[in-house]
Ligand binder design. Structure first.
Ligand code: COA
Length: 256
């Protein structure tokens, strides 16, 4: 794999991040994840970059994690390139646009859930065959995909390894628009440049507001349990339970 497997170019405030390993359907190696993380981190830091645009060369957007890497060098620790990339794309304050030029497999589909504008070529297809590999979804996609496209379709993608074509992905709400293959990149770039020209703080604030998540149920239950435990040890509860046992009304008047 050469160093050029991910190329970046900056034009009119848009940092294009191009996956360029077409002979392997743009399967993502550690080095490619690292290069993508570097590029997204650079975009956050440089004032001249307003928008990132991710696309691929050839007939694939990406076939997902390089399966050879999975076997020979599985990601380990929070600083593993894949986790750096997922942190960068999921926490980017500046907008990220995706132009899905073909196959989007695994993280090729799940990364889209963190992008702000997703455009697809008519030939694009979307799969998330984690269970087929005896794996589970990543990138918070077990939360975000059902939220985005509904449980029914998400379950088919995740559990059965089913595929959405571009029109189905658009209908499901995974992509904003579908273009002829030859027009995809220029259509996506036009929109990315239009976004790059808009008021940057308004764009960033709007993105942040749109991405704000309701808490996951587990987080809510954990917080409830924390308060519940603290209350059980409190004077209020002691008074309430004592009053019950003494068959009288509780008196909370002395409690601050
Ligand atoms: N990791 C490593 N190599 C991959 C790859 C991946 N994720 N996806 C494709 N490749 C390689 C193939 O092994 C093949 O290499 P070779 O030419 O040395 O044999 C080359 O890319 C072309 O792929 P090929 O399978 O011949 O193309 P295709 O059009 O018939 O099928 C895919 C494309 C993406 C459907 C198929 O390659 C595939 O299912 N890949 C695995 C996808 C996957 O499971 N990703 C992880 C999800 S969690």
């Amino acid at each position: 794999m050469s160093i050029t497997a991910v190329t970046t170019t900056l034009d009119a405030g848009v940092l294009s991040i191009v996956l360029n390993r077409p002979e392997k359907k743009n399967a993502l190696t550690h080095a490619m994840y690292a290069a993508m993380a570097d590029a997204l981190e650079r975009a956050e830091q440089e004032a001249g970059i307003r928008v990132s645009l991710i696309t691929g060369t050839g007939d694939a957007f990406t076939s997902g994690n390089d399966l050879g890497d999975f076997m020979s060098a599985p990601p380990q620790g929070a600083e593993a390139p894949v986790f750096r990339f997922l942190r960068a794309i999921s926490s980017a304050a500046k907008p990220v646009v995706a132009a899905v030029n073909g196959l989007a497999v695994g993280v090729g589909t799940t990364m889209l859930l963190h992008c702000d504008l997703v455009y697809a070529a008519r030939s694009a297809t979307f799969t998330a065959p984690f269970v087929n590999l005896a794996l589970v979804p990543e990138a918070a996609s077990s939360l975000l995909l059902p939220q985005r496209i509904g449980h029914a379709k998400a379950a088919e993608l995740f559990l059965l390894g089913a595929r959405l074509d571009a029109a189905q992905a658009e209908a499901a709400g995974l992509v904003a628009a579908v273009f002829d293959d030859a027009a995809l990149l220029s259509e996506a770039a036009t929109r990315a440049k239009a976004l790059a020209a808009k008021a940057p703080n308004a764009v960033r604030l709007t993105k942040a507001l749109m991405k704000r998540q309701p808490e996951p149920v587990a987080a809510r239950m954990a917080e409830e349990a924390r308060h519940f435990g603290a209350q059980l040890a409190s004077p209020e509860v002691r008074e309430a339970i004592t009053a019950f046992m003494q068959k009288r009304a509780p008196d909370f008047s002395k409690i601050a």
